[in-house]
Design a protein. Structure first.
Length: 196
């Protein structure tokens, strides 16, 4: 289907959480790539994503994972930081790219090849599905690492999303350095803690 062209799929993970970086991955798959179970990362269990993660890395022609930090999210806004993470992932690929397929409806600036945005591409295009899994696993691993340092927030459970447990921990302990200060709930507790 690729007819010898290097088609790169790009997706992100972590736009909605209140804490940590937003991650993006870029993946170039072989022309006749077939990996059973490959689909949109949101349709897979964490265990299944972890199992697919090394298989994608081993069989892809090239792959890269990048991120934009919480500080960059606060400075740029979440949309622009997501675009930056995607741009970084594509730039880190070790194989020249002929076309870039991006999940969603927006295209980052400064890409090295023609790009198309594909709504629900993570369920339609195998390279985007693969990128969604790499980005999601990398993001979740970063939350497990943060949990090991701050178990009172429960990041291993909610992965930084604004669940009742996360908001309760924010209210009790205040924001961490890794929290996104520009996000409403964090801003609220940042203001409160500055008054205490």
């Amino acid at each position: 289907m690729n007819h010898g062209l290097a088609i790169c799929g790009v997706d992100e993970a972590g736009r909605g959480p209140l804490v940590g970086a937003v991650f993006a991955a870029a993946v170039i798959l072989p022309e006749h790539f077939d990996l059973p179970g490959l689909t949109d990362s949101k349709k897979l269990t964490e265990k299944k994503r972890e199992a697919l993660f090394p298989l994608i890395q081993q069989t892809a022609l090239a792959w890269a994972i990048s991120e934009a930090s919480a500080a960059e999210i606060d400075r740029l806004n979440i949309l622009q930081a997501t675009m930056l993470a995607m741009q970084r992932a594509v730039q880190q690929l070790t194989v020249p790219v002929d076309e870039i397929l991006i999940d969603g409806n927006r295209i980052p600036s400064g890409l090295s090849a023609p790009a198309r945005a594909i709504v629900k591409g993570d369920a339609l295009i195998p390279a985007i599905s693969a990128a969604s899994i790499l980005a999601k696993v990398a993001r979740d691993r970063s939350m497990h690492e943060l949990h090991s340092r701050h178990p009172e927030y429960g990041f291993d459970e909610h992965k930084g999303y604004p669940t009742a447990r996360h908001l309760a921990a924010l209210a009790m302990h205040g924001p961490l350095e890794d929290h996104r200060r520009s996000f409403g709930p964090v801003r609220q507790y940042t203001l409160q803690s500055s008054l205490w």
